[in-house]
Structure formats: C-alpha cells, structure tokens
Design a protein around this ligand. Structure first.
Ligand code: GLC
Length: 756
C-alpha cells in the first residue's frame, strides 16, 4: 500500500477557462492524460478508492455521514444535493480539507429540465424533432450548471415496448432508430461540442442495458433478451450515445439473462468497452452494488464490491460497499494497482475536462439569472406544442374558435393540477410557476368567455409511491360524490367541455408500473357521462403511457395527447386547442387497445401466417391483433399527400448507398408540420426480419398548397442487422420493400435489391 506522499500536488494547468470556470477550448487528450498520470502517482490507495465512491446527499440515512466521509477523502462525488450554497459547502470540505484537493463532481437527475421543466422525454420523442430536443437539453444543462450541478443522470435510453412499465415516460419509446436519434440529440444538448463546454454538463447514458424489457412491465423485474433483441433493439441508442461522445454510463438495476447489469462483464466490458471503445466511466444505479445481495448474486458486501468493480462499474452510487471493502481487497491483492488506476482514470479525466480543478465552486449570485429565463419558458412552450399528438379530430372540431361569449368547462383531475403537468423527475421544477390547462385556456380567451373548471375526481395509487411526499390526502366519499356532481353540473351548463384526464405524475416513473391501461378512478365513467350530454367534447390527455381509448376513439370527437407537458403545458395546450399552434407530433410508441395485447409493437416479424389471409384476421378470437393507433401516428389541422416516390437506382451494391426521395404536399388550408417516415423490410435472409423497420424520418413544415421533396439515404448502417443465425452483424444481398408516409402503416410503396 502506498505511503502518504508529502509532495505538494503539482497540476499542469493547460486549460483556457470561460467565466464559468469551464474550459473555453477543450484540453488535448495528451494534456489530460498527463495531468491524470501525475495525480495517480501521488494518490494513495485510499484516495483512489475515494474517487470511486458517490456519497448520498439526501434520501438515505447514510447521507448524515457524507460531510465526515468527505473530510476523510472517502468520496469523489455527491448526488441528490440541490442549491449552490450547499454544493459549495461540500466542495470546500473536499478541496479545502483534503491532501490532494481533488474536487467533487456533483450529480443529479436533470431528466427534462432543472427549474424550467420540459415535456417528459417520451413526449419530446413524440416531437420527432432532434434539434428541438438538443436545444431543450442544452437549456436544461445551462440551468443545472448554473445551479452547481456538473453531471446529469440522463439521457434515459431504455427502449420500452410494454406501456405498463412506469419508466416508459423517461425514454424515447419502442424504436431503436428514433431512440438513437434522441440519444445523439440529448448527449449533444447536455454536453455541448465537448465535455467541459461552458454552460454544459456531463451526460450519463442510462440504464445499461435492457431495463425497459422488465418482465410484465414490472419495474426492476428480470430481463431476458436474446442477442438479436439486444443488438437490434435495445443496444443501438446506447451505442449512438457513445458515438456522440457521452462521458458516462449508468448500469441498470435489473438482471439481464440472470446476471445483474451492475456486475455484468458482457455488458460493461465486452460490449461497452471492447466493442464500442467507450473511454468514460460507469456509475451504478442508486444502491445497485449493495443490492447485488438482494438479487441472490453476491455472497456479501465485499463480494458485491469486488464483482461490481471487476465487471467495470467504476463508481458506486450510495450503497457504500466500495468504501467498506476496496482498500482491503487491494491490500489482499484481489485488485491490482493497474485495475484501480483504470477505474479512477476516467473519473479524474472528466473532472479535469469539466474544469473542476481550476474552478471547483459555482457563483452563488448568478444562478437565479439563468433559471427559467423567458427564452427557456418559451422553448418549453414550443416543445410542448411540438410534442403533443392529435389522435382524433372528427369533423374538424379542433381548432376551437375564440369566439367570445362561450361557456367552456375544463373538467377532470388534470384540469388544474400543476404537479401533474410535471413528472416525478422534475423535483427542481416549481409547480407554483407551472401553467395548468384551466389557466392556459382562461388566459387564452380572456374576459370574452366564461371558463370554469372542476376537478371531479380524486385519484390515488393503490400502493404508495416509493418517493415520499407525492401522495395527496384522499377525499372522503362525501367529498368525492360532491365533486363529481359539481363537475357534471358544470358540464350541463357549459357550451363546450374540455375533459382533462389521465394519470398522476406518481402513476409513472420509477416504481410506478401499472397492471392495466384503464383510466384510473372514475374517469372513464365521467367521460361517458359528459359525452352523453351531446355537447362538443374535447379530450386532453395528461399521462405517461398509452391508456385504453377504445371507447373514446369512437365517441369523443377530438382527442389530444399532451403527455406531462411541463412548466408551460397549459399555455401550449391552449395554443393547440385554439389554433395558435398546429399539432404535428407522432406516437413514439404503438398504442394498444388494452393491456391484453401487450407486448405489441410495429416492428414484429411476419410469422408463418400473417393476418392478411382471408380467413385469418386476428391472432386473438376475442380482439383484433392490431393496435388502436400505430407507431408514428398523429394528425394535424391540415392534410398531406405523398407522391412521386423515387429511388435513384433499383439496386445497390453491398456497402453502397441508395437515395430515396418523395414529394410531400400540404393539401389543406392551414400550415402544418408533417413527420415524413421511411420504413424498410428485408424479404429474406439468414434471419427473418421485421415487417417494417424505421430507417429515416424528417419533420418538415409546409404552407397550404406547398410541396417539398424529402430525401433519405439507405446505406450499410441502415441495411445491416445482427443475425442470430450467424452470430454477428450482416448486410445481405436480398430484395427489400420500402414505404414512405406519415406513420408505420404507410402505404406508398417501393422496392429495391441489394446485390453482391
Ligand atoms: C434511481 C434511478 C436512476 C437515477 C438514480 C439517481 O433509482 O433508477 O434513474 O438516476 O436513482 O437518482
């Protein structure tokens, strides 16, 4: 074990710094490597292990010891602390009271905004607008960095095909191509052009990997994935994040094929580092290393620490096993100096690149000037407009006129509830500054109309959330009956009813899986009661997952999916309802009729008997096999036509590129956006291929009558896949179909062949 070194730490400072202390120009890899090598030479084993420990700043009893542990050099990072003063205080202990003055890196979940909250990530994916997503996460990064946070535990890149899973809201849905595009956009948004860009933070690709495939949609449950599912579906967004330069990864909680991801050599070594060349560091999920005991994997905490460390989890989040065991394990020779240095190196590199050595503290006077600027508020309003998906609009009921003198009722548990415009991952958001649907509609119409709201229903989880403080006090039966009756009475005396229904923020997110897709509480009953009055009804959904809209899709003329739309949600929804914005979002998930169809996703295989046969219309005798709304679906206030699909050539050589173009025309009376989507199908090969695969998309704006040509390129990346027959990536000389249109059921068809 190295003795204490008495040398004063000599750090080569080769960085040009911005005002925020972050690097205005990135240091060279050589400069960083040299500084790290110099530090490692001076560090004791205890100090190296200290860098691998992320200490809790809240939520768990151990957070009471964090300051003391920092004084002993037993921490390299702290999470769950909010507030610049509190963060600077911890940093002063780490830098001012430790021998080598190595700064802490502060981490926090800035998933879809810091103070200014954007729509939840699934909603942002529904915008199909990567540049918008990049701008949003860049704004979130600006706020987080000004608030003293260096590292966000985002983006969540979990592909999910089971809407019962609560964390569907945190990712980009079911498709790896869309998911990869969102991964790149978010990494660029959070990190900027390079790690250390001023006003940006380190990103963290999570949860690696396969978490969204938890059995039954039950959060944390086991995941069993074949190599074809892993490589073709669940891994591509993570690889895209590596290609985009993401600086860290977070290992997932669950066991993948019986091996917990936190200690999974295949994932953390073979795939992430050996195959993809990832050079950043991996942090466990909260308590994940210690929980290897719960998973029936590790014998004891020392075993958990050793196996997590050896598998490639550099930093342990909050469970303490590294601090308890790694120094001794190193002394026993079970961990070599080289292994220890390899684990510490990328963490020190990140701290150097972030400029933390030169400027470990955050300016306490500047933060409020950065949080929730008008520009950020406007951006989140635009993001909510562009994320909403119009699911139904019979007889053009929407947009509503702003004609004065109308009485409008906004009814339902989502009508005037700021908490539910956010999500459980928006804890830095300010509900008091969040615009509700009722407020948005009222402010849009002003004195000209009578706008009233009624909550109608009090919703509760049957089983409490793991997050304290999210539950409201349940109504008594008398209160519930009174509120329901008042809502019905309000509907009766109103000209038009906006039904604001959905789910509480606590009904999605971590530990918030749902066994059904039915509306919670008496919402369905209320919707049917109000609809029976024969007045115009618009259904606005505030929710985190597809819900059972079978009845509504036949009886409610207009349905707008608004998701959990963020700080400006009410204004954005009012903009859309009254035509100041035009819906252009598309579903990032297949929308089932009900939970009985799950799992259901568009990129399924043909099977030996597709439903196209005359006497075979459904795989179920009691239900259609088809979803209620397909992946990629969404309406507008205008209409579009597709024509003139042309391929540059009818065939392309293996490894070559094929250009595909199509003309899209706005055939309606108002301007609108269309997301042009391209899908392919390989007709034969060493393995069966899905009926369709998304391989291109572009969101375009079209004025009435305007036509634009949209082009896509299909190359090796788009035409290759992992074949479980050959156990590797292949591109095969086969015939292909392709379709272009506004959703995954697109009918405009072309074909081409890949040749040797
Ligand atoms: C949680 C989540 C993870 C989050 C971490 C830190 O349990 O699974 O997504 O980043 O803890 O809050």
């Amino acid at each position: 074990m190295q003795g204490w070194s008495l040398t004063v730490p000599v750090l080569v400072v080769g960085l040009a710094l911005s005002a925020s202390g972050q690097t205005a120009t990135p240091p060279s890899g050589q400069q960083v490597a040299g500084r790290v090598a110099s530090l490692l030479k001076q560090m004791t084993v205890e100090e190296k292990v200290g860098q691998l420990i992320q200490l809790p700043g809240a939520y768990v009893p151990e957070s009471a010891q964090t300051e003391e542990r920092l004084r002993k050099g037993l921490g390299g990072s702290v999470l769950w602390v909010r507030g610049v003063a509190a963060l600077n205080k911890l940093q002063r202990i780490a830098v001012g009271e430790s021998r080598l003055r190595i700064p802490l890196i502060f981490g926090l979940d800035v998933i879809h905004g810091y103070r200014n909250i954007f729509p939840m990530p699934l909603a942002m994916a529904a915008s199909w607008d990567p540049p918008l997503v990049e701008r949003a996460q860049a704004a979130a990064a600006r706020e987080a960095r000004a608030a003293g946070i260096h590292w966000t535990f985002a983006p969540n890149l979990d592909i999910a095909r089971d809407p019962r899973w609560g964390r569907l809201i945190e990712g980009a849905g079911e498709d790896p191509f869309l998911g990869a595009a969102m991964a790149r956009a978010q990494v660029r948004g959070f990190q900027g052009a390079y790690v250390g860009s001023p006003g940006h933070v380190l990103a963290c690709a999570k949860h690696f990997a396969g978490y969204g495939a938890s059995e039954g949609g039950r959060d944390y449950d086991s995941v069993y994935l074949s190599d074809t599912q892993l490589y073709n579906v669940y891994l591509p967004p993570f690889q895209a994040a590596v290609d985009a330069g993401v600086g860290s990864f977070m290992s997932a909680y669950m066991d993948l094929n019986d091996v917990p991801a936190t200690a999974n050599h295949f994932l953390l070594r073979k795939v992430l580092r050996d195959a993809w060349g990832f050079r950043g560091f991996v942090v466990s999920d909260a308590l994940g290393v210690g929980n290897l005991l719960n998973q029936g994997y590790a014998r004891d905490r020392a075993d958990a620490a050793l196996r997590g460390f050896k598998a490639g989890t550099n930093m342990e989040m909050a469970s303490g096993t590294y601090g308890e065991n790694l120094v001794r394990l190193a002394g026993e020779g079970k961990i070599s100096t080289a292994e220890l240095d390899d684990a510490v190196r990328p963490i020190l590199e990140a701290k150097i690149r972030l400029g933390l050595f030169e400027n470990p503290y955050t300016d306490e006077t500047a933060v409020e000037t950065v949080l929730e600027t008008p520009e950020h508020r406007q951006l989140t309003r635009v993001a909510a407009q562009r994320s909403a998906v119009l699911l139904r609009n019979e007889k053009g009921l929407l947009p509503l006129s702003k004609t004065a003198g109308r009485s409008i009722a906004v009814i339902g548990p989502m009508a005037h509830n700021a908490d539910n415009m956010l999500t459980d991952w928006a804890r830095q958001g300010d509900p008091k500054r969040t615009v509700t649907i009722y407020e948005g509609v009222r402010d849009k119409l002003g004195a000209g109309a009578r706008v009233e709201y009624a909550q109608a229903i009090d919703m509760q989880r049957k089983y409490p959330s793991m997050f304290p403080g999210s539950a409201s006090k349940p109504w008594t039966q008398a209160q519930a009956d009174k509120a329901y009756a008042e809502a019905v009475a309000l509907a009766k005396r109103s000209d038009l009813i906006i039904m604001a229904l959905g789910e509480l923020a606590s009904m999605s997110g971590e530990g918030a899986s749902q066994s059904s897709l039915e509306f919670p509480g008496r919402q369905q009953e209320l919707l049917e009661t109000v609809s029976a009055m024969g007045k115009p009804v618009v259904l606005v959904l505030v929710n985190g997952r597809p819900l059972n809209l079978v009845w509504a899709s036949m009886h409610v003329p207009a349905i707008l999916e608004a998701w959990h739309p963020g700080s400006e949600g009410g204004n954005a929804i009012a903009d859309l309802l009254f035509g100041d914005a035009v819906p252009g979002g598309k579903l990032p998930v297949t929308w089932p009729r009900h939970a009985g169809q799950i799992p259901i996703y568009y990129a399924h295989n043909l099977t030996h008997q597709p439903e196209t046969a005359p006497n075979f219309t459904s795989r179920y005798w009691d239900e259609s096999s088809f979803p209620l709304f397909p992946f990629g679906y969404g309406l507008s206030y205008t209409t579009f036509s597709y024509s003139n699909l042309r391929l540059k050539q009818p065939q392309v050589k293996l490894g070559g590129k094929l250009e595909v173009s199509v003309d899209v025309r706005n055939t309606g009376k108002v301007a609108g956006d269309e997301v042009v989507q391209l899908y392919i199908h390989q007709r034969a090969g060493s393995a069966s291929r899905p009926v369709r695969l998304l391989k291109g998309f572009e969101r375009i704006a079209l004025a009435p009558g305007e036509t634009k040509t949209v082009s896509f390129v299909l190359g090796k990346d788009e035409l290759s896949y992992w074949s479980s027959a050959t156990g590797g990536w292949v591109q095969e000389a086969e015939a292909f179909d392709l379709w272009v249109g506004g959703d995954s059921a697109a009918r405009l068809h072309g074909e081409f062949r890949v040749v040797e």
